[in-house]
Design a binder for this molecule. Structure first.
Ligand code: SF4
Length: 152
């Protein structure tokens, strides 16, 4: 399912994801959607292979928001972004996604399209403060999981 275009009103802030530079962070919004999280076969299989529970995650981002339940680790957003806003979160913090609430990342994970650890990985807008509003990621995402300039 596409990201809820009105998610700031329909969801609550459940935490934040801090950038290791000490200046930047983005919000994480919940609740997530288990039906979205379990919709893709590759994603379900990857969780099963890890023996990791597939649970609702929610939306990561404030200005560049990615619905992690809808994200299927396609990587097109990572490839197309001209200013490298995104990284694969597991390539820096290989933990269950729910453990990324109030976590800190330094942005030293991979920003290669096909460098996901597996299909449980998610596109993390760790450098959303560098977004130039080109909207390429919004257009290219196969599940329409991204909303840019979401704060209203
Ligand atoms: S809108 Fe453009 S610059 Fe901003 S995150 Fe998406 S692809 Fe990157």
């Amino acid at each position: 399912m596409p990201i809820d275009q009105d998610f700031p009103r329909n969801h609550q802030v459940i935490g934040r994801h801090n950038h290791g530079d000490g200046k930047h962070y983005h919000f994480i919004w919940g609740p997530g959607s288990i039906s979205d999280a379990a919709a893709n076969g590759d994603v379900r299989a990857a969780y099963a292979a890890r023996n990791e529970e597939l649970v609702p995650i929610g939306v990561h981002g404030t200005m560049v928001a990615v619905d992690w339940d809808s994200c299927i680790a396609d990587g097109s957003c990572i490839q197309v972004c001209p200013v490298n806003v995104f990284q694969w979160y597991r390539t820096e913090n290989d933990v269950p996604a729910v453990d990324m609430v109030n976590a800190t990342s330094y942005g030293n994970g991979s920003d290669g399209k096909d460098n996901r650890l597996d299909y449980t990985d998610k596109s993390e807008p760790i450098r959303e403060h560098e977004c130039i509003w080109c909207m390429a990621c919004v257009t290219v995402c196969p599940t329409k999981a991204i909303k840019v300039d979401c704060v209203s």
